[in-house]
Design a protein around this ligand. Sequence first.
Ligand code: HEM
Length: 284
Amino acid sequence: MLATGSVLGAAVVLTGDPRWWGQVRRSGFSSARSASVATCLYRRGVLAFGRSHRGRLRLIRHYVPFGLASLAFTAALAAWVDSPVLFYRLSLATAFTGLILFGLSLAIGPFGLLTTGRLLPVSSDLRRDVGILAAFFSVAHVAFGLFVYTDIRLYFLYPVSEWPRTDFPLRLDDLGTANWTGLAATILIVVLLATSGDWALRRYGARRWKGLQQLTYWAFALVFVHGQLYQRMEPRDEHSLVLIFGLVVGSVLFVQLAGALKVSQIVERRRSLDRRTDRSLDLH
Ligand code: HEM
């Protein structure tokens, strides 16, 4: 199911065309010819990017450099983590790449505002593309993360033998809370990914689309709680991972707060300018 969702989500995002949901199903997805679907997807994706000048620029300036750097970082981190369990290494590596890209996508707007003094437009390609890459790495992390421990049910439920004691099957201890918050973040991330194309912006209009995209803040907060709980549960030797986690979250908070302050200054300046203009009009 997760793989199906990812393929379909990737198709809609790459082609920017929601009709692709139906096309993927018709073009053999139902008969599980995943290789041919992947080829179709690749061709459609390349075509979609190659069709417009803007698409080519996004591919060359954003997806290729950020994608390659993210893959290199993931591979390096997976090789560096000291564990014999491959899924654990891949899960941790994709988790941190997703987290860093996620943080970057949240920092781009306020950073642009602080350096240029101007607000970014509702949709900025760089912010959107980094966000899309963050979503891909986060979904990859979920796919690996679900196989780190032997029984997927125990991520979300208490073992049956403990039900008489817990009175409630849903797992609400640290491990359960970490996984429920991870799941909630994943749902938000998939919604954000599926509505990140131009078609969604056209369909919902700037204001509603922007409102939808602000779910990113909730997703980031959930990822923070999720990651924090895992770090508490699994104290390990790699202190640099705790440092990276803190640095990413701290930088996002700092840049967001500084950006919010700057916005309020700009609004205040505009208001006082308006008041001055009104007063000078009254005098005439
Ligand atoms: C149902 C959804 C999720 C599950 C089952 C899950 C699973 C896990 C597991 C098992 C770990 C422990 C270490 C590891 O094996 O990697 C972990 C850690 C982590 N996860 Fe998730 N995850 C989910 C969603 C997410 C999402 C959407 C993100 C966004 C980027 C995320 C970010 C992280 C981070 C940053 C850590 C590292 C914390 C540490 O240093 O231990 N997770 N996750």
